[in-house]
Design a protein around this ligand. Sequence first.
Ligand code: AMP
Length: 311
Amino acid sequence: MSLVELESPSAAAEWCREQRTAGKSIGFIPTMGALHAGHLSLVERALEENDLVAVSVFVNPLQFDEASDLAHYPRDWSGDVAQLAGVGAHMVFTGTLEQFFAGELDREGRLDEGRLVAAGAGALGLEGACRHGHFDGVATIVDRLFDVVGPNRAYFGQKDFQQCLVVEEVARRRGAPEVVVCPISREASGLARSSRNERLSAADRERAACLSRSLSQAAHLWQDGERDASKLESVMRLELESAGVDIEYAAVRERRSWSAQACVGELRDAVALVAARLGEVRLIDNHILSECAPQEREALASPIPGRERPA
Ligand code: AMP
């Protein structure tokens, strides 16, 4: 079956309805386009686990807290379509805000605050604190996309750790779909793949590897038995500061009992998370410390000579 390209949510809903009626299971990957190998790893996983795979490409204005980030977000519909056809996805669709929320926008084209889907506890702190309204925007579009597709399973990247918490909550409230969280795809330097990486200069792209290096430093300490969040956070900050990036946060949290507050006492099931700016570009990354296998730790970063282990 060749890739079906649809340019409206209503056409996508009809295609999905027909497939479900025919008894096909649907795996769904919501994206904002400018696809890279990270997105394609989600598609490949979905292809293994479902009869059909549908992908949405929509740069959702509701989740942008900065107008310039939205304006500069990379867009490449024909490139996206070619990549999806290449890996064997079955359907890709897009749409406009007006189409997704027909009859629900005000005269200025904005969605009334009362119609936003509340993001829940996963939005507390860190990304939620730095990006006002971002996760309500995510929860709202994901809820609407689930209405359109009615998938059996939906695939998200661990790279957007808090987004996964938010989406899991949306799916729990609805009773479906099953949410599958997929591993972070990284460049050889350890840098987590992101559509925003395209906006980095060559020098900044190299510098940006400090995010994954900081996580690698925390992972080493964790493996040596460190369970104090503030010590793990210090080593991450040190790495980021030495690369001269603007740190928004370098934090360690319990991943199952998510809280906006800093962790005190001995950590048990922890995730390390970082956000930093390089010029105009804001990058995030994370690593689950309590699942730290040595080979995974190696994938995080190529160590700087002489600084393989934190002091
Ligand atoms: P985006 O287009 O950035 O909204 O991302 C769409 C989906 O792809 C989200 O679930 C992301 O978490 C996921 N994703 C983005 N980058 C990566 C990556 N490097 N590895 C794995 N998944 C990713």
